[in-house]
Design a protein around this ligand. Structure first.
Ligand code: NAP
Length: 245
């Protein structure tokens, strides 16, 4: 077990599949007290059973609703009295060319990928300020560094995550709060299942042929959390070794 992960109270959004679920497994195995949110409660229940979690350590949470995000964080406080790490992980990637005018999908990405992250920050900041400690980990993407055809809105949301995270980093210094951006390349999860545009889906399937396991992300998160308190790992960008873009 890692010294600086064991017993930490870690809230993860989007914990019902992919990166969030795998990170819950990895951190729980290292002794973290995980509290997990997502909309699919049946998935969270299976994960809780697998990890032997208290039934109260999972909560149906839609990150587009600020009150639900607050309720998830409040649950962690009720159970453990503190919050050490928030992983703002929930997200979706229904990529398409702008001229397809998939406005509902643009709105959804903005609501989940940007506003969901802001709601998470709002939900934990007062307590972390009071504690004078904490770590907020926001999940961006290689798409937060690069944009290509079909990826304008998704990249826009992930760019926004990096901008918000950097502003947050500068502002929370007085309270000893750490901030980390994790920007993955192609990782094997359910993410590409959110793409409704057939042409984009085909191209993406090709890119994701080289996707690496979600455990790669979990190890990166664990690395950032496990650093000594005075070490603030601000961003990690990683890709499959063979991924060009
Ligand atoms: N996989 C990659 O290649 C990759 C690369 C770069 C960045 N990322 C980012 O990694 C994060 C996790 O994605 P993933 O790859 O693990 O995909 P995933 O397997 O599809 O997981 C996405 C998670 O987000 C949750 N979610 C979606 N909408 C939500 C909402 N409104 N409220 C609460 N939770 C919601 C889903 O849970 P419910 O549906 O149960 O709510 C699910 O648990 C995302 O932010 C994604 O953009 C992934």
């Amino acid at each position: 077990m890692s010294q600086n992960i064991e017993n930490k109270v870690v809230v993860i959004t989007g914990a019902s599949s992919g990166l969030g679920a795998e990170t819950a497994r990895h951190l729980a195995a290292q002794g973290a007290k995980v509290v997990l949110g997502a909309r699919r409660l049946d998935r969270l229940e299976s994960l809780a059973a697998e990890l032997g979690l208290d039934a109260r350590a999972i909560l149906s949470t839609d990150v587009t609703d600020y009150l639900q995000v607050q309720a998830l964080v409040d649950r962690a406080l009720e159970l453990h009295g503190r919050i050490d790490v928030l992983i703002n992980n929930a997200g979706l990637m229904p990529s398409s060319m702008l001229d397809k005018l998939k406005i509902e999908e643009w709105n959804r990405m903005i609501d989940v990928n940007i506003k969901g992250v802001l709601y998470g920050i709002a939900a934990v900041l007062p307590k972390m300020k009071e504690q004078k400690s904490g770590q907020i980990i926001n999940v961006s993407s290689v798409a937060g560094h690069k944009v290509g055809p079909g990826g304008a809105v998704y990249a826009g949301t992930k760019w926004a995550v990096r901008a918000i995270s950097e502003g947050l980093r500068q502002e929370v210094k007085p309270w000893n709060i750490r901030t980390t951006i994790v920007s993955p390349g192609a990782v094997d999860t359910e993410l590409t299942g959110t793409i409704t545009d057939e042409d984009i889906a085909k191209g993406m399937a090709k890119t994701y042929e080289n996707a690496i396991p979600a455990s790669s992300f979990a190890r990166v998160v664990a690395f950032a959390i496990s650093q000594p308190d005075e070490v603030d790992v601000n961003e990690i960008l990683f890709r499959p070794t063979v991924q060009v873009y």
